[in-house]
Design a protein around this ligand. Structure first.
Ligand SMILES: CC(C)(COP(=O)(O)OP(=O)(O)OC[C@H]1O[C@@H](n2cnc3c(N)ncnc32)[C@H](O)[C@@H]1OP(=O)(O)O)[C@@H](O)C(=O)NCCC(=O)NCCS
Length: 178
């Protein structure tokens, strides 16, 4: 887990997210999953700021690190005009055969359309092909939407992580065997 701890240590709350966004769901469209590379650094950073509150999101340095790290897998979902509306990053460890979902986010105006479900399933399939047998992740105890998503995909809570987050909030450790 040392590598995951080092990722968390990159975590510095940004100060540039001040106003609440008004969300209007976009018209139904088609979506495609593609690899997420360092060419999308700026775009993923922008989307991440729309997905997470100040203090809960990763910095540019964290994303640069993850995009550069050979043991990291990352995917995005795009609309027909190429706009990124979802992202996911997973760190893998070949030594112990595990994957660790470090972050996942869906653009607010594209939520409740199965995109998180779709990108997670896609990622799990990619992990299976790499002989990864166990996926784990942490989620805030207050983040019921994400917990429901993971439970629907057969992730189970195995541990409560006391004061896991920077603001003192507890987290749940959830795992799934692939
Ligand atoms: C959590 C999040 C990733 C879900 O993305 P999404 O694309 O809207 O989720 P999906 O449409 O694939 O939903 C799959 C299931 O998740 C659960 N779910 C998703 N949003 C939910 C909500 N607002 N309330 C309750 N359950 C929710 C439901 O069980 C849903 O299945 P259903 O639609 O059949 O009821 C998205 O809300 C998000 O980006 N949130 C901010 C970032 C975040 O919290 N990331 C997770 C950090 S651990």
């Amino acid at each position: 887990m040392a590598v995951f701890q080092s990722i968390r240590n990159f975590f510095v709350p940004p100060t540039n997210f001040e106003s609440e966004e008004i969300i209007t769901p976009t018209p139904t469209t088609t979506y495609e999953i593609r690899p997420l590379t360092d060419r999308q650094l700026k775009e993923v950073l922008k989307l991440n700021l729309r997905c997470f509150k100040a203090g809960e999101n990763y910095t540019k340095y964290t994303f640069s690190y993850l995009l550069d790290e050979p043991n990291s897998l990352s995917y995005r979902i795009v609309t027909p005009n190429g706009q990124m509306v979802a992202f996911i990053f997973v760190m893998t460890s070949r030594e112990d055969g595990t994957g660790h979902v470090t972050t996942i986010g869906i653009a607010p105006e594209h939520r409740r359309r199965g995109l998180a479900h779709k990108i997670l399933r896609h990622t799990e399939e990619a992990l299976r092909k790499r002989h990864i047998g166990l996926v784990m992740l942490e989620v805030r105890v207050s983040n019921v939407a994400a917990q429901n998503l993971y439970k629907n995909l057969d992730y189970a809570i195995v541990q409560r992580l006391h004061s896991y987050y920077n603001n003192g909030e507890d987290g749940f450790l959830m795992v799934k065997s692939l």
